[in-house]
Design a protein around this ligand. Structure first.
Ligand code: UT7
Length: 328
């Protein structure tokens, strides 16, 4: 049996400086601060200034991770990134981030799994480390949601924000690192959360440019029901598989889509609020970036050996959970 696990050995996050508050949104669409806070838990979110790209944020994350770990970007073997808002259809953001961060010995690719992007990508990176083929793999979750949001649609523009977080994965022989994962997919969910135009099925043409289908569409109430059931379900499943009770789990790191979904997941797991990482009030839903941004903000509180459960649900539908032991 392979006794090498892939463990997180460094973490960093980057968010744009520009704040978009609930008050700002009140001037853009028919909404109000009280409604947004009570229905979602969000007070403000960050969005990029014109010209600031996902690969810019990603390159900063890579450089900072290397600095923290005391290594050169030239030592990085792979950079994988979960995102649905890559700088371009191609080249991939991984490709650009390798170049912009000076990680020119690395290769990698982008993974598309919407809000489950970080979890899907983390488990992908885990395989390359555990196989022994690669030693230093950076896994990023990042999205520039402001690039695909219709700021005239109050159903979606109040929820999403921009952000980027990443972790370094390295081999661990102390029993820490990624222990287990459960990943799920159901493409039947595509009707309820999507960005219809811009892919090869519905390319943007001169006739449809400007149509609302260019932007994110979400049937909020339906997605909410699926998210509550499935995110809590998969977190409970991973606890059961690993004989964990609520007392055994030190931290839940939930995807930050809606405070009510987070609360439902924590309840199902039997966790008190102090064990749940929540920063949705500051950043909103940054899609693939929510989980690594939490890990970055909570890094100083984490202790070696802490039992941590990650859980996400997103467009696709995609959902999943990871059980890991903190390694430093
Ligand atoms: O991250 C990936 C997966 N995504 C999710 O997990 C998101 C899941 N969904 C949600 O978080 C919630 O469904 C939303 C936050 C999107 C919406 O909350 P909701 O409690 O489900 O509201 P709703 O869509 O059922 O709308 C309730 C009412 C409606 O009015 P009526 O029909 O009851 O008169 C909406 O028109 O609130 C109205 N409404 C708003 N009012 C003020 C909808 N959006 C807004 C708004 N401001 N921004």
């Amino acid at each position: 049996m392979n006794n090498i696990t892939a463990a997180i050995t460094a973490v960093h996050g980057e968010v744009p400086n520009k704040v978009l508050s609930n008050k700002d949104l009140e001037n853009m669409v028919d909404t109000n601060d009280e409604w947004i806070i009570s229905r979602t838990g969000i007070k403000e979110r960050r969005i990029v200034e014109k010209g600031e790209t996902l690969s810019d944020l990603g390159a900063k994350v890579v450089k900072e991770i290397c600095k923290k770990r005391g290594i050169s970007p030239l030592e990085i073997d792979m950079i994988l990134i979960g995102t649905v808002t890559s700088d371009h259809r191609f080249p991939s953001s991984s490709n650009l981030i390798c170049y912009k961060s000076g990680a020119t010995n690395a290769w990698g690719f982008d993974v598309s799994a919407a809000c489950s992007g970080f979890i899907y990508t983390l488990v992908t990176g885990q395989q390359f480390v555990e196989s022994g083929r690669y030693k230093k793999v950076i896994v990023i979750g990042a999205d520039i949601m402001s690039s695909i949001i219709n700021y005239e649609d109050r159903n979606t523009c109040i929820i999403f924000g921009d952000g980027c977080g990443g972790v370094l994965l390295e081999a661990n022989d102390e029993g820490n690192g990624i222990i287990d994962s459960v990943l799920k997919a159901d493409g039947g969910g595509k009707e309820f959360l999507n960005q219809k135009l811009g892919g090869s099925a519905f390319p943007i043409t001169k006739d449809n440019v400007g149509h609302s289908d260019m932007y994110v569409y979400q049937e909020g109430r339906t997605v909410f029901k699926f998210a509550v059931t499935n995110m809590a379900g998969v977190a409970a499943e991973i606890m059961e598989r690993n004989n964990l009770t609520g007392d055994d789990v030190n931290w839940l790191v939930p995807h930050q889509a809606n405070l009510r979904i987070i609360d439902a997941t924590a309840n199902r797991m039997g966790l008190t609020k102090e064990k749940v990482m929540i920063n949705i009030e500051k950043y909103g839903n940054t899609t693939s970036a929510t989980i690594p941004l939490c890990l970055w903000e909570w890094e100083k509180k984490l202790k070696k050996g802490d039992n941590i459960v990650l859980a996400a649900f997103g467009g696709g539908f995609t959902w999943g959970s990871v059980f890991l032991k903190w390694a430093y």
